[in-house]
Design a protein around this ligand. Structure first.
Ligand SMILES: [Zn+2]
Length: 115
């Protein structure tokens, strides 16, 4: 026995209506949202700031008379500045203070009341 045509249309219409609702509001039982995976960050002990001063700072690396860094030359570190101190300048008038004699210079400068 065949169903009346109207009944079949009703059935089709209901199915289309359900499909339309599902399209508009989505399935009534929405799946759980996927658990968001935490990014796999590598653990590290090294500090964030890894940049260290390239050149050492302090009296050992700076000419105490001129306040400039010693420059590495053929005979070691030296000061490139001209000096008006006859005791601490060479024949050409250049500063002859080096890291090795800077402490001596400082002692004499303090003793002479320059510092
Ligand atoms: Zn100097």
């Amino acid at each position: 026995m065949t169903r009346p045509l109207a009944e079949i249309y009703d059935s089709i219409a209901e199915n289309f209506a359900e499909a339309a609702i599902a399209i508009r509001i989505g399935p009534t039982t929405s799946p759980e949202p996927p658990e968001e995976a935490l990014p796999d960050l590598p653990f590290t002990d090294t500090p964030v700031a890894t940049s260290a001063p390239e050149k050492p700072h302090g009296s050992a690396a700076v000419c105490p008379a001129h306040g400039v860094e010693f420059v590495d030359g053929n005979f070691g570190l030296y000061c490139q500045q001209m000096s008006d101190d006859p005791e601490w300048s060479n024949a050409k008038g250049f500063c002859r203070i080096t890291p090795k004699n800077a402490a001596i210079y400082m002692r004499k400068a303090v003793a002479a009341g320059k510092r």
